[in-house]
Design a protein around this ligand. Structure first.
Ligand SMILES: C[S@@+](CC[C@H](N)C(=O)[O-])C[C@H]1O[C@@H](n2cnc3c(N)ncnc32)[C@H](O)[C@@H]1O
Length: 311
C-alpha cells in the first residue's frame, strides 16, 4: 500500500510539481530516507553523475512517488526495482531531470558569441572550413537552435565557413521535442519580434491572442543541428572526440552533478575542445570550472578558453 503522503504527490500534475519545486515548496516535500532510496540515489550518482543534495532528493522523490503510484507499488519497492534495472532508471531520469531551457537564455553570452567568438572563428576557420559547435545538455533544443541562429546572423554572405551543431541530452523525450523544433511563446521570451519573424514559422495565433500558437524553427536553421542521445557520464562516448570542438555549451548541467562528476566532466569537456576553443557554462556554474587547461575569459565570465597544450 502507498502511504498517504506519497499518494498525494503521485497525483500532482508534473507541471505543478516542477513549479512547486522552483519555489519555497521544497521544505514541505516529505522524503522518507530509506536504505532503498539511498541505494537508488547512489546508482543515479554513479550512472548519471547526479548529486544527492536535498533539492535533488526532493525532485527525485516526487518522480519516484509518481512512478510508484502508476505501478501501484510502495515507493520503497519502486526504488529497489529502479536501482536494479537500467531501463527503469532511465525512465526515472526522463521524469526527474530538470529540463528548463529557453532561446538565448543568457543574452550576454550570445552577445559575446555574436560580436567576438564567432566572427574570430569565421575569419580563421579550421582547414576544412567547418566549425564544430556542441550543446552538450541541450534538453528540448532551444540552446542548439540559438547557436545556429547566431551563426546564421554572423556569417558573411560569401563566407565558405559552415557550422555543424551537435546537440546531445540523456533524455529521449526531450530530444524528440528538440527534433520537432516546435515551441510556444514562453520559450521565445528572450527572442525579439524581428528575430521571431526571421527564424520561426508561426501558426495558430488568434486575433485576441496573436502571439499564441506554435513557432517552428525554419528549415535553414534546423539543418545545421544534429541531435543524439548521450549520457555524458558514459566514458565510451568521450573516446575519439579529443580536440574536436571549437565551442561547447555545457550550461545548467554541472550544478546538478556531484563534485567528482563535475571534475570529471570539466576534464573531458576541456579535452574535447580544440586549442583556443571555448567552453561556456551558466554564469552560476562558473565557479565550478577549475582546470589548468582552461582560462576564464576576461570579458565574459562564463566563457573559458582552452590553452595550448604544453609541448
Ligand atoms: C536544465 S537542462 C539545460 C538546458 C540548456 N543547456 C540550458 O542551459 O538552458 C539540463 C539537461 O541536462 C540533462 N542531463 C542530466 N544528466 C545528464 C547526463 N548524465 N548526460 C547528459 N545529459 C544530462 C537533462 O536531461 C536536462 O535536459
Amino acid at each position: 500500500m502507498l502511504s498517504r503522503k506519497w499518494e498525494v504527490f503521485a497525483h500532482f500534475p508534473l507541471s505543478t510539481q516542477h513549479s512547486a519545486l522552483s519555489t519555497a515548496f521544497w521544505p514541505l516535500v516529505v522524503v522518507e530516507e530509506t536504505a532503498a532510496l539511498r541505494k537508488l540515489e547512489e546508482a543515479l550518482a554513479e550512472h548519471y553523475g547526479w548529486a544527492t543534495s536535498p533539492s535533488a532528493r526532493a525532485k527525485v522523490s516526487i518522480a519516484i512517488a509518481r512512478k510508484a503510484g502508476r505501478l501501484h507499488i510502495p515507493p520503497d519497492e519502486y526504488c529497489k526495482h529502479a536501482a536494479a534495472s537500467q531501463s527503469e532508471m532511465l525512465a526515472l531520469v526522463e521524469e526527474a531531470a530538470v529540463g528548463e531551457t529557453y532561446f538565448f537564455r543568457e543574452p550576454e553570452q550570445f552577445n559575446y558569441l555574436r560580436t567576438e567568438v564567432l566572427p574570430a572563428l569565421i575569419a580563421s576557420p579550421p582547414a576544412d572550413h567547418r566549425l564544430r559547435l556542441w550543446s552538450a545538455a541541450c534538453s528540448t533544443g532551444e540552446e542548439a537552435y540559438s547557436l545556429a541562429i547566431t551563426f546564421d546572423q554572423v556569417k558573411p554572405p560569401r563566407s565558405e565557413t559552415q557550422a555543424e551543431i551537435f546537440a546531445t541530452d540523456v533524455r529521449n523525450r526531450a530530444l524528440l521535442e528538440a527534433s520537432r523544433a516546435r515551441y510556444h511563446i514562453p520559450s521565445l521570451r528572450m527572442v525579439s519580434a524581428k528575430l521571431r519573424a526571421r527564424y520561426f514559422e508561426h501558426t495558430g495565433g488568434t486575433p485576441d491572442a496573436p502571439l499564441n500558437g506554435r513557432y517552428t524553427v525554419i528549415p535553414d536553421v534546423r539543418r545545421l543541428v544534429t541531435f543524439r542521445r548521450v549520457n555524458l557520464m558514459d566514458g565510451v562516448f568521450w573516446k575519439g572526440i579529443s580536440n574536436r570542438f571549437d565551442l561547447i555549451f555545457c550550461s545548467n548541467l554541472l550544478l546538478y552533478l556531484h563534485h567528482a562528476a563535475v571534475r570529471q566532466m570539466v576534464e573531458r569537456l576541456s579535452r574535447s575542445l580544440r586549442e583556443g576553443g571555448h567552453l561556456v557554462v551558466a554564469p552560476t556554474e562558473a565557479s565550478l570550472v577549475e582546470h589548468s587547461r582552461l582560462k576564464p575569459v576576461k570579458d565574459c565570465a562564463s566563457f573559458f578558453r582552452r590553452l595550448p597544450s604544453a609541448k
